[in-house]
Design a binder for this molecule. Sequence first.
Ligand SMILES: [Zn+2]
Length: 205
Amino acid sequence: MSRDTVIVLKSINYSEADKVLIVFGKRMGKFALFAKSIRKINSKNRGNIQTLNISDISFYEGKGLPVLTESQLIYAPDTDILKNRVEDIKRVLDIMTKILQENDPNEKVFNMLRSVCKKNFDIESINRFRAIFLKEMGYLSDFSVCNMCGSKKDLKYMDLGSFALLCKNCYSKAGKSYKLGDNPYVEKNFTQALDIYIKRVIEEI
Ligand SMILES: [Zn+2]
């Protein structure tokens, strides 16, 4: 029997009573899990493995997909928040389901995603998470230097094409850029620029 703490990323109906779950485990990384009879009303695991729940699970690894045996719920996001923040939640789930490789554990990404869940998917924590995720996966340049000259000073502009920072001497030479505010992570520009960049990354995978 194996154990892990997982965040449920996706849940796919499979036959009348079963589901296949895509989960992100702290120890195992992303993997698919077979949840037998989970759709039955009396299933004891049923309430613990909704999308974006965090649970401790036990599973059996044999031939084929690992099979869920037991689960214990650690955290479930507020259902009203899940209903009202569909767009923002999709921003998180898209990168986890489409960019993250299977069986590639990353504790830093796991801990950050857990904290995004606990912060009710506010846009600041989502954008911070997405930027760090892209950096961890090797899709983002170094945010501590100007993407053109390498300077560490006056990094006040965002290059929209490459989602990289530019200094005040370089930004006018870039194609399209915008000036960052005091807290870039909450700005609409930042969210949109990140959306566009992530879409491109997904298309190129
Ligand atoms: Zn520069």
